[in-house]
Design a protein. Structure first.
Length: 134
């Protein structure tokens, strides 16, 4: 098994197709669209559990999210997904289905407009989205 730190890529969607696992180390939702992009591309997710980020991850992948600063659990999740390729493939397929079935373009447009409105209003934290209620 090989781990490579590859840095930034201009062709994000093309790059995702080469990944076996997407590790999300964000502690807020500023880049939460990456969670959706990875799932839509069929890449399983592991990472830190952030409030709004959980709402953007298929239920089947929720157990791959650990509390921030819990590096021991995070490491266990990564190793489990690296060595259990069948589970990784199943999660990838479930993520694709979840994004396709649960998140319509209209829902995403509304969600992003809500986030932008909150940022422009100067709120320190976005309010709960309707995805969290689902």
């Amino acid at each position: 098994h090989t781990v490579r730190f590859v840095g930034a890529h201009a062709d994000w969607s093309g790059f995702l197709g080469h990944l076996d696992l997407y590790l999300n180390l964000e502690r807020d939702v500023r880049r939460s669209s990456y969670l959706l992009d990875a799932q839509a591309a069929g890449v399983p997710i592991a990472g830190f559990a952030i409030l709004r980020g959980r709402a953007l991850v298929a239920e089947s992948m929720q157990r791959n999210l650990v509390e921030p600063q819990d590096y021991e659990s995070f490491t266990k999740v990564i190793w489990r997904l690296i060595y259990q390729s069948k589970q990784r493939q199943e999660l990838a397929q479930q993520g694709v289905r979840w994004v396709r079935d649960a998140l319509s373009p209209e829902d995403m447009t509304t969600s992003y407009l809500d986030i932008y409105a909150e940022v422009l209003a100067g709120r320190p934290e976005p309010s709960a989205s309707r995805f969290e209620a689902a």
